[in-house]
Ligand binder design. Structure first.
Ligand code: DGL
Length: 271
């Protein structure tokens, strides 16, 4: 089956999931769409998040994707169940895999979650955690300043440390007893080093990308959708925003954080 895996996010954050998909599934072609023009989704209303997500999904459905990966926690929180109901291709979100990954590593069942305002408001993570394991205690905190930082390409240095430090103030407290922190936004893994330095190295930091890629691989296999043709695929990356900015940021992100990935074509999308 040589159709592509479709991946959506509000901007560059979903590339953290895309790169893991490329690593775990090297024979699969990816078509990625980042809605940079309307990023961030985090402060938006549920209605807007659902409308924008459906516009992204419809763009990718026209490209005949065989599976959809919603590489955005905010979109996952508000649209995953309706996407499951209405699409006739498999749909993978990032929240369930993130919750599973955290449950795997926590030793004291005290888990922190950081995400966008909309994701935290939805309580999707605490529900997912407690559905899997009832005795998990979670504390959630919205960090609205982090996505704009990442979209500007500020991933290290004084400004990054200041903004992350302020954003994490309320959960950076040993008295809370957290041993694990879920990065509940796909942009945040690009700030992982800064977050780890700010919180100290005792806390385990979880991003959902590896577990999401594993789930995608399992679902493709179970549905007999894995690509059996030979050759290295060329991935297509679309942005609704300014092309040069996105290219610049993407190169930076791939080079410094995600490894050197070749065979990528970037184009502008109009939704
Ligand atoms: N990367 C996104 C997420 O995982 C969305 C960030 C945003 O647009 O606010 O939630």
């Amino acid at each position: 089956m040589n159709q592509a895996i479709g991946v959506i996010d509000s901007g560059v954050g979903g590339l953290t999931v895309a790169s893991e998909l490329m690593r775990q599934l090297p024979k699969e072609q990816l078509i990625y769409l980042g809605d940079t023009l309307r990023c961030p989704y985090g402060p938006r209303s549920e209605m807007e998040i659902r409308k924008f997500t459906w516009e992204m999904v419809n763009f990718l459905l026209e490209k005949q994707i065989k599976i959809l990966v919603v590489a955005c926690n905010t979109a996952t929180a508000y649209t995953l169940s309706e996407l499951h109901e209405e699409l006739d291709i498999p749909v993978i979100g990032v929240i369930q895999p993130g919750a599973r990954a955290a449950i795997n590593v926590t030793e004291n069942n005290q888990v922190g979650i950081i995400g966008t305002e909309a994701t935290i408001k939805s309580e999707a993570y605490s529900r997912a955690l407690n559905t899997i394991k009832e005795d998990i205690k979670s504390i959630s905190h919205a960090c609205p300043s982090l996505v704009p930082l990442v979209e500007k390409g500020i991933l290290k240095g004084d400004v990054a440390y200041n903004v992350v430090g302020k954003s994490l103030e309320s959960i950076n407290d040993k008295k809370l007893g957290l041993d694990t922190l879920i990065l509940g936004c796909t942009h945040y893994p690009l700030l992982k080093q800064v977050i780890q330095d700010v919180l100290g190295h005792d806390i385990k930091i979880i991003s959902s990308s590896e577990e999401t890629a594993r789930e995608t691989s399992t679902v493709l296999e179970m549905n007999d959708l894995l690509n059996k043709e030979e050759g290295i695929p060329t991935h297509l990356i679309y942005t609704t925003g300014e092309l040069d900015n996105f290219k610049h940021l993407m190169n930076d992100v791939f080079k410094h954080h995600l490894g050197d990935i070749k065979n990528i074509k970037i184009e502008k999308a109009v939704l």
